[in-house]
Design a protein around this ligand. Structure first.
Ligand code: NCD
Length: 302
């Protein structure tokens, strides 16, 4: 049985197969409409979500399957003190596959130790978010035609932003990817990313977005992760550290892509939405194809 906890759980070749499957699903959705007839997906969300949970549900429904689950810890037995280990044993009796989001780093990994069904990490604390990364890779691949030879700027909360951590871990496996890490000093990437994941790769850390915008092929904007701050004042001081707007975009390449995992707060002003370089809503649609491909792969139906 296979799980997806970290984007590296799939080799580069397996990732490519999955992205190719997602692309075929995008082109021929009707071919896949009954692939999961009789199968059930459980969504176990101990933390808020709009896109991730609903896109998993939409993905399973598009495949002909059904869904069940909970969308907050308060509405599950976690509020009575049930452990993740017990919950997953129970859910294994009801569903064929599950997606779990949890505020604690490593909770989906604990679930895999007790689970009778494949577990997908749908975001664990400030740690990893592999299905967002697959979505990001699919978006870059389909818009740029490649995952290698790119200069990518990651901007905002690089400390707590789990999508950033997963994306960096994944992109170092492609040739000639240069990373520009744009954040205030307080929100730099964690030291394990700098000292282990990025060791030996081309990267720079800067605080000023305008200075580096002209050289980027991709700009990955992120929100400051309010819920991970210990101190409200710190959050308020940091929250608007970067705001991308139409004027700033005049500094960027004509074909630079703007990605964002969403939800957006203030970091991209709405006047950017109509710019052809803004692909964050396309990313949302791509997330459904990628999750369909992932469900098929983990259920052995691909
Ligand atoms: C991200 C997450 O949950 O980490 N959202 C998402 O799943 N698309 C990003 C965020 O919350 O800022």
């Amino acid at each position: 049985m296979r799980h997806l906890l970290n984007p590296l759980d799939f080799s580069v070749q397996e990732t490519e197969q999955l992205l190719n499957l997602a692309s075929d699903i995008e082109k021929n959705p009707s071919k896949y409409a009954h692939k999961c007839d009789g199968k059930r997906l459980a969504t176990l969300f101990y933390e808020p979500s709009t896109r991730t949970r609903l896109s998993f549900e939409a993905a399973m429904m598009n495949l002909g399957g059904t869904v069940l689950g909970f969308s907050s810890a308060d509405s599950s037995s976690a509020s009575k003190g049930e452990s993740v280990a017990d919950t997953i044993r129970v859910i294994s009796c009801y569903a064929n596959i599950c997606a779990m989001r949890h505020p604690k780093e490593g909770a989906p990994k604990v679930a895999t130790l007790y689970s009778g069904i494949p577990v997908i990490n749908a975001g664990d604390g400030g740690h990893q978010h592999p299905t967002q990364t697959l979505t990001d890779l699919y978006t870059i691949q389909s818009q740029k035609g490649r995952l290698d030879n790119i200069t990518i700027g990651l901007c905002g909360d690089l400390k707590f932003g789990r999508t950033v951590h997963s994306l960096i871990e994944s992109l170092v496996r492609y040739k000639n990817v240069r990373f520009v890490l744009i954040s205030p000093p307080e929100l730099r990437v964690p030291s394990y990313i700098r000292d282990e994941v990025l060791k030996g790769f081309e990267y720079e850390e800067v605080t000023n977005l305008d200075d580096v915008l002209p050289k980027l092929d991709i700009l990955y904007m992120t929100r400051v992760q309010k819920e991970r701050f210990f101190n409200e004042e710190e959050y308020i001081r940091m929250k608007d550290c970067y705001v991308l707007n139409k004027d700033k975009l005049t500094l960027a390449k004509e074909d630079m892509l703007i990605l964002h995992p969403l939800p957006r707060v203030n970091e991209i002003s709405v006047d950017v939405d109509s710019d052809p370089r803004a692909v964050y809503f396309k990313q949302v649609q791509n997330g459904v194809y990628v999750r369909m491909a992932l469900i098929l792969t983990l259920l052995g139906l691909a």
